[in-house]
Design a protein around this ligand. Sequence first.
Ligand code: FAD
Length: 308
Amino acid sequence: MVYEGLIAALRGAGFGARLREGEPMAAHTSFAVGGPADLLVTVETPDELVQAVCLAREAGVPWRVFGSGTNVLVGDGGVRGLVIVNRCARFSVADDGTLRAESGALLSQVARAVSAQGWAGLAWAVGIPGTVGGAVVNNAGAYGGAMADRVRSITVLNEGGATEEWDVERLAYSYRSSALKCDPECGRTRIVLEAVMALEPGDPEELAATVRHTEEQRAMRVPAGCCAGSVFKRTLQYPAGFLIEQAGLKGRRIGEAQVSPQHANFIMNTGAATARDVRALIEEVQREVYHAFALQLEPEIQYIGEWR
Ligand SMILES: Cc1cc2nc3c(=O)[nH]c(=O)nc-3n(C[C@H](O)[C@H](O)[C@H](O)COP(=O)(O)OP(=O)(O)OC[C@H]3O[C@@H](n4cnc5c(N)ncnc54)[C@H](O)[C@@H]3O)c2cc1C
């Protein structure tokens, strides 16, 4: 595919300094794997995000929005077309506790800031390393909290290039899923621009203690290194990590991908793993857990890009 027209249009719109050709996606994903994006641009305001999408559409080039790349496994063949890295990061809380956050804001930073301001409702999110947009799509959650409990509405850029308000019901939230995540075109046609969440006044000292406790819990449980958090959703009966550990798979390796010896639902890139290593290990874990317990593990992470 030839991208000259889009490159010229993006440069003309002032994106030149933030435009990369053949940019390795390994630099933009927490697994630190993934081949090159044909083109990659970073956007810093919702207007820029909409503009980048419109220019790609006009040029007939496929595009996909990424947040922090912490819930994806990008293939070694990379991503065709334009990757738009979302860094639209403003947020504010109104006097009635209504939080409006741009979709590229880091959920963890938002959670920490609003908790420090005495607003309760997001302390569970401290330490989740993705953007608000990624969290809205995935219904991110931890320690009994989840986006579904807080989101009231979102602003979406739709397939036709217009903005729409969606109330939370339209997101059809379920465990680590939403109408957006179930859409095969998620991130490629419908884009979350902003989320509105409801918070309540809280006691600042209690909130500070909850934030500290959450951070301590995460420091003990979450393995340090290159990964994408929990690889599999919990099954109806058991946490995925428990099943993987009982199947004797802790520490299992393919290439430089390894089932974490600390937490079996994490797969780590221990050095120079390829996406192919990681995916082969994920599929081996699925096979062996199915063989041992007749339970199918469903990935929480998304496979993106080219796998040849
Ligand atoms: C160490 C570690 C710990 C983690 N712990 C947790 C945890 O406790 N709980 C939890 O739920 N998750 C956890 N995660 C997973 C991950 O951080 C969350 O799912 C996060 O919300 C993903 O956000 P992101 O910005 O990284 O999304 P990305 O990985 O960038 O994107 C995920 C998908 O959403 C799409 N997308 C991204 N932004 C938008 C947008 N604005 N509009 C439309 N589509 C969009 C992308 O195209 C892609 O399809 C963890 C990950 C790591 C690495």
